[in-house]
Ligand binder design. Structure first.
Ligand SMILES: Cc1cc2nc3c(=O)[nH]c(=O)nc-3n(C[C@H](O)[C@H](O)[C@H](O)COP(=O)(O)O)c2cc1C
Length: 223
């Protein structure tokens, strides 16, 4: 598999089989991903990996947090996942991916309860047997946050190379305290996102989602 093929093969996977993954293989891939570039070579990513018993414990904790409501309000979020009043064309992109995903799941737009119930699967890592959380020191700004993205995409491609699937999850931004306390991270670490890691469930309709991309005219200006 070459890099182009890996990039094209990567999709966000939202249903996993319970086939375990070797934590050491993930650790090795994280170390390779740390070859990602970063401004000033700050390497601002801070990662916690959860598998096996620890992930089971965390899942149990999350179930208590989610209990009684399919709409988890979470802890107080520490950053806004999207800007308020998202403008075009971003708003339409976001709307379309949601519509396409819920169509595959057979959930109607009006069925808010079912949508929220599905969304809560984020907080179960969609059944994945492994997960990471990505943190960044609070003193860091947009340049370092963009470095996190380079690290995470590099890691996701390495997972593709190993036949593993992933889903980056900003949904975890709603639970910074729960995650931070469980992972016992220093106060200066701020949670950016989580990521589910495992074997894609080939039978699940949600994994048929193939998202669209804007044509280059929207974002590319060749001078
Ligand atoms: C940083 C980041 C956070 C994301 N957070 C979530 C999330 O919380 N839940 C989810 O289902 N998808 C999440 N996604 C997946 C995006 O919806 C997905 O990348 C986008 O729709 C493009 O689809 P693709 O990844 O299949 O190419 C996230 C992606 C990124 C890069």
């Amino acid at each position: 598999m070459n890099i182009t093929q890996a990039i094209q093969a990567r999709t966000s996977t939202r249903a996993f089989t319970d086939e375990p993954v070797d934590p050491q293989a993930i650790v090795r891939a994280l170390q390779v991903a740390a070859r990602a570039p970063s401004g000033g070579n700050l390497q601002p990513w801070r990662i916690c990996l959860l598998t096996g018993e620890r992930l089971a414990e965390f899942r149990a904790l999350m179930e208590t947090r989610l209990a009684g409501t399919p709409h988890p309000d979470g802890d107080a979020a520490e950053y806004r996942v999207y800007p308020p009043g998202l403008k075009e064309p971003y708003r339409t992109s976001r709307f379309r991916v949601g519509e396409q995903m819920y169509a595959l799941l057979g959930i109607e737009r009006e069925d808010k309860a079912k949508r929220l119930e599905w969304f809560a699967n984020n907080y179960r890592f969609f059944g994945a047997p492994a997960a990471i959380f990505c943190f960044v020191d609070r003193v860091m700004g947009p340049p370092q946050w963009s470095d996190l993205g380079m690290f995470l995409q590099t890691f996701m491609l390495l997972m593709v190379e190993q036949g593993l699937a992933t889903c980056a999850q900003e949904a975890w931004a709603a639970y910074p305290r729960t995650v931070g306390e469980f992972c016992k991270v220093p106060d200066e670490w701020m949670l950016f996102c989580g990521m589910a890691i495992g074997h894609a469930d080939p039978e699940h309709p949600v994994n048929r989602l193939l998202t669209e991309r804007e044509p280059p005219e929207v974002w590319l200006n060749v001078l």
